[in-house]
Design a binder for this molecule. Structure first.
Ligand code: SAM
Length: 328
């Protein structure tokens, strides 16, 4: 294996794969109120096509995969894809990001297929709020059952992602943080990013510094050492806490200089940066019969073109595809 690095010498070893642009929820921070246009099924990569791309990527130096969406568990037969990906020799970590609604149903099968871990979006512990945040859905109970099911089968650590929004769920910061003290909850507080067509997001922004201030009544947060994880979150814990608290700061303190990831959209575009519109199409070349060497070249080109950093702090918001298309 050669190892892959971009033109700024950042090692690239992580591919996030969106398997669908469809989602069973309509979260206010992710989708515009009017919904998003969906791609026809013929535009979506088949599992065989995803496998072919992942295998080529693994031969170039990718060894970590995350499956996401849309909502990955709405796509039929996801454990089959996980099994295919887990069979790729160089891949040593496969994780899933899900809203958790169908997790209880699939946890055991996913584990058996070779999935290692899950991140679950959990933005509130209040059923009525869950309805408001997801625009009318009512499955908080299923999400909590999904989290328990994932723990039970050993898809651990289960990380809980909470997008913090002023006036929506920021009054639950202490409730979520308190859960990390008595239980092995690993909560990550995420700064709200402005997304295409969702102007309200800017008004609801809460910085990680502000979040930390609001957690002070629970005691001092100690940094987790040695550093936990290799993603964008910075982890802390309260003294003697069973769980951890992470902060993800895409807006107040970007983490682009440590970015090690590429993204594959459900319709087969390779995107070097979530927050930049630049993409390279892999689907058409694949369907036109590109060789493995040709596919690898395209992958290498996208890596070489990875931008140094996004410009959210300077107010440059990508206006193109919503997160549910790109794979958040
Ligand atoms: N459906 C899955 C889920 O809910 O986890 C996977 C896709 S969802 C787009 C993945 C993640 O994107 C969510 O956990 C959420 O944290 C993040 N996300 C979406 N919109 C966001 C925004 N405006 N700001 C911050 N994070 C966002």
């Amino acid at each position: 294996m050669t190892g892959l690095s971009d033109s700024f010498q950042r090692p690239i070893n992580y591919l996030r794969i969106s398997v669908t642009d469809r989602c069973n929820l309509r979260c206010i921070y992710c989708m515009p109120a009017e919904g998003v246009e969906l791609r026809p099924h013929s535009d979506i990569l088949s599992y065989e096509e995803i496998y072919t791309i992942a295998k080529a990527a693994a031969e170039l130096g990718i060894n970590k995969l995350r499956v996401t969406g849309g909502e990955p568990l709405v796509r039929l037969g996801l454990p089959k894809l996980i099994k295919m990906l887990a069979g790729i020799e160089a891949i040593d970590d496969i994780a899933l990001t899900t809203n958790g609604v169908f997790l209880a149903e699939y946890a055991a099968e996913l584990k058996q297929a070779g999935l290692k871990r899950v991140n679950v979006s959990l933005d509130t512990l209040k059923p009525d709020r869950f309805k408001r945040i997801t625009r009318g859905q009512s499955e908080l109970k299923q999400v909590l059952e999904g989290i328990e099911a994932a723990k039970k089968v050993g898809l651990e650590p289960v990380k809980l992602n909470m997008v913090v929004m002023a006036g929506i769920n920021d009054d639950e910061l202490l409730d979520f943080a308190a859960k990390t003290i008595d239980e092995d909850w690993h909560v990550r507080f995420i700064e709200l990013m402005p997304v295409a067509g969702n102007g309200d997001n800017a008004l609801r922004f809460v910085s990680a510094a502000e979040m930390r201030k609001r957690l002070e009544p629970l005691g001092e947060l100690e940094p987790c050492l040695p550093t936990v994880g290799n993603g964008p979150a910075k982890y802390f814990r309260f003294a003697k806490a069973k769980g951890t608290i992470g902060f993800i700061t895409p807006v107040s303190e970007h983490f682009c200089f440590n970015c090690n990831r590429m993204r594959l959209t459900a319709d087969g575009k390779l995107r070097p940066c979530l927050l930049s519109e630049y993409e390279i199409d892999l689907k058409q070349p694949l369907r036109d019969g590109v060789s493995k060497a040709g596919l690898k070249k395209l992958f290498q080109k996208a890596v070489a073109d990875k931008p140094l950093r996004h410009k959210l702090a300077e107010g440059q918001v990508p206006n193109g595809r919503p997160f549910s298309h790109v794979g958040g």
